[in-house]
Design a protein around this ligand. Structure first.
Ligand code: DOR
Ligand code: ZN
Length: 355
């Protein structure tokens, strides 16, 4: 029976996370097990303080991640570099050729957490983009403009028009991933942009719209960037994710912050969802009658776009009779980090299903 039919039990390849914030130090130790337990690989975001800007930085960060890995877990961190206006094309080429660097991340300066060293003048990085196209390494974009006169809910759409479209046209061979797409405009852009353009979609953007943040009191744990948009955009994201379209895949954007840094007068952007993402996604795909597309979204489309093999390991997803009782937070370095609350009970669980 295909999982699209009514079923409570099916097997898929182990998923990967194509957009993840693991941080460093105590936070890294606390959050890493929540990704390495569920995912085979993850694209590791480079927005540390200071950011991961050179191949040497990425090599050292990878070693710290591996040192923090719980015994018995198998998980491969796929390293990225943080693009700046002084990124050296020769360093990029060497990092890609060595196999260490799997992508480079473009943060417009000031767009989000730890993006101060990001790019102000996009044309300043054109020589690096040219080199990236030549060595065929993907460009990952945080797709928001930062101009003060652009409404925060319009920043993605304006970015597409002013920044992404020109890059797409100029560098035809460059693989581009529009990270954490949040709008119908973004979905349409990716669909129409051809085989070398893809998008990641987060778990939370499939589940919440902007009302979740603002109605009935301000809910800082639903605040992230790009901020969740109105309902029609959430529905467009759901349609894209559950369609099986090869150029949409999971990037959780799991982004932990201490509870005290979220619940305050100027709270940080970021949702920590690594711990319950697979359970949430099975729920969403079942709601959409698309359980047969879940494997494409979380386990197949990402590796295909990155030119990597899918994971060999399998997991068996099954639906329990009673809701899962999960923790609502973890502890990191003496502070709590709140786990994403999808707002509905979770019945789906999974176990390893290797032959
Ligand atoms: O909500 C977000 N949190 N969006 C980002 O782009 C960065 C991330 C973080 O690093 O906390
Ligand atoms: Zn992110």
């Amino acid at each position: 029976m295909s999982p699209a039919e009514k079923t409570t039990d099916f097997i898929v390849r182990r998923p990967d996370d194509w957009h993840l914030h693991l941080r460093d130090g105590e936070m890294l130790k606390a959050v890493l097990p929540h990704s390495s337990a569920h995912f085979g690989r993850a694209i590791i975001m480079p927005n540390l303080v200071p950011p991961v800007v050179t191949v040497a930085n990425a090599k050292a960060y990878r070693a710290r991640i591996l040192a923090a890995m719980p015994a018995g877990h198998s998980f491969e961190p796929l390293m990225t570099l943080y693009l700046t206006e002084s990124t050296d094309p020769a360093d990029v080429k060497a990092g890609v050729k060595s196999g260490l660097i799997k992508a480079l991340k473009l943060y417009p300066a000031g767009a989000t957490t730890n993006s101060d060293s990001g790019v102000r003048n996009i044309e300043a990085i054109y020589p690096v983009l040219e080199k990236m196209a030549e060595v065929d390494v993907p460009l990952l974009v945080h797709g928001e403009v930062t101009d003060a006169d652009i409404d925060i809910f319009d920043r993605e759409a304006v970015f597409i028009e002013r920044v992404l479209s020109p890059i797409r046209e100029r560098f035809a061979d460059l693989r581009i991933v529009m990270e954490h797409v949040t709008t119908e405009d973004g979905v349409d852009f990716v669909k129409g942009a051809g085989a070398r353009t893809a998008a990641t979609i987060t778990t939370h953007h499939l589940i919440i719209n902007r009302n979740a943040i603002l109605v009935g009191g301000i809910k800082p744990h639903y605040y992230c960037l790009p901020v969740a948009k109105r309902e029609k955009h959430r529905l467009a994201l759901r349609a894209a994710a559950t369609s099986g379209h090869a150029r949409f895949f999971l990037g959780t954007d799991s982004a932990p912050h201490a509870k005290s840094a979220k619940e305050c007068a100027c709270g940080c952007a970021g949702v920590f969802n690594a711990a319950n993402t697979v359970n949430c996604l099975a729920h969403v795909f079942e709601q959409e009658g698309a359980l047969d597309k879940l494997e494409a979204f979380m386990s197949l489309n990402g590796p295909a776009f990155y030119g990597l093999p899918a994971n060999e390991e399998r997991i068996r997803l099954f639906k329990g009779d009673a809701p899962l009782v999960l923790d609502d937070k973890i502890t990191a370095g003496g502070d709590d980090v709140v786990i994403f609350d999808p707002g509905f009970p979770l019945f789906w669980r999974y176990e390893t299903a290797n032959a």
